[in-house]
Design a protein around this ligand. Structure first.
Ligand SMILES: *[C@@H]1O[C@H](CO)[C@@H](O)[C@H](O)[C@H]1NC(C)=O
Ligand SMILES: *[C@@H]1O[C@H](CO)[C@@H](O)[C@H](O)[C@H]1NC(C)=O
Ligand SMILES: CC(=O)N[C@H]1CO[C@H](CO)[C@@H](O)[C@@H]1O
Length: 232
């Protein structure tokens, strides 16, 4: 009787341990955005922790729409028929990785339009978890150039142009004294056939003799472009 009691105790203490392990598992993406250039291949990181095999799970990568996945792995195979057509032929999940709970997505031949937040979702039908990874497909555009757009009486318009950016850059105008005069300008953005952005920024000036500079830079804090001084 004493022996049986002890055996029962061991079984009871094992059961909660096993179920907490799955309930306590979570899916982790990346809290740092991944930055890459158009045309490059990347691996969007995501994994299950503590480690659980995902071979028999549903693993879904998606952006805005859960139902139109970037990549779907289910019933032990890639379900390419429901995949977002923009990603067809460009994604892969490592089968060896899945055994280790690694859900990282290989994404090939990056396009500017791939920039965004990706969710990785995994479920075994009972447990599920989700993580997020941000991808920034970044292209530094051309050196900005300033030209005179038109002169109408006392009013002169300058235009600053730069192309080949991804994502949308920020334009900053400064005058001779270094004051930020961006609020006096108007900026338009156009997307070219490759998904890269061209900016044209117009500023109306009164003084015929002044120095203006136009700085076009990525909005991400860690990258700056070069200012172009212009003497008018
Ligand atoms: C310049 O001014 C614009 C609009 O007035 C503002 O959005 C921008 O953050 C300013 N930039 C700097 C570097 O001060
Ligand atoms: C910018 O464009 C808007 C709409 O076309 C116009 O109302 C506004 O006056 C313009 N601002 C400047 C500074 O030119
Ligand atoms: C030079 C610069 O701006 N570095 C920053 C890059 O971003 C990290 C985190 O976002 C900052 O800690 C650095 O200061």
């Amino acid at each position: 009787m004493r022996f049986l009691g002890r055996t029962c105790l061991i079984v009871l203490s094992l059961l909660p341990a096993v179920s907490t392990q799955r309930d306590g598992s979570s899916v982790i993406g990346s809290d740092q955005p991944l930055i890459a250039s158009p045309g490059e291949d990347v691996i969007l990181p995501c994994h299950i922790t503590p480690r659980l095999s995902a071979v028999d799970m549903e693993v879904r990568w998606y952006r805005e729409s859960f139902k139109i996945p970037v990549h779907l792995y289910e019933d032990r195979r890639d379900q390419t028929d429901v995949q977002d057509s923009d990603y067809q032929g460009r994604t892969a999940l490592s089968r060896l990785g899945l055994q280790e709970g690694i859900l990282s997505l290989n994404l090939r031949n990056l396009r500017p339009s791939d920039s965004g937040v990706y969710s990785c979702y995994a479920t075994d039908g009972v447990w599920d978890g989700q993580g997020k990874t941000e991808l920034i497909v970044r292209a530094l555009g051309t050196q900005p150039s300033i030209s005179m757009d038109s002169t109408q009486g006392e009013q002169t318009w300058l235009v600053c142009r730069s192309e080949g950016w991804s994502p949308e850059p920020e334009v900053i105008w400064r005058d001779r004294d270094g004051n930020n005069v961006t609020s006096l300008s108007n900026t338009t953005v156009q997307r070219d056939s490759q998904g890269l952005l061209s900016v044209s920024s117009y500023i109306k000036i009164k003084q015929q003799s002044n120095v203006f500079s136009c700085l076009v830079k990525v909005k991400h804090p860690n990258q700056t472009g070069n200012p172009t001084p212009h003497i008018q």
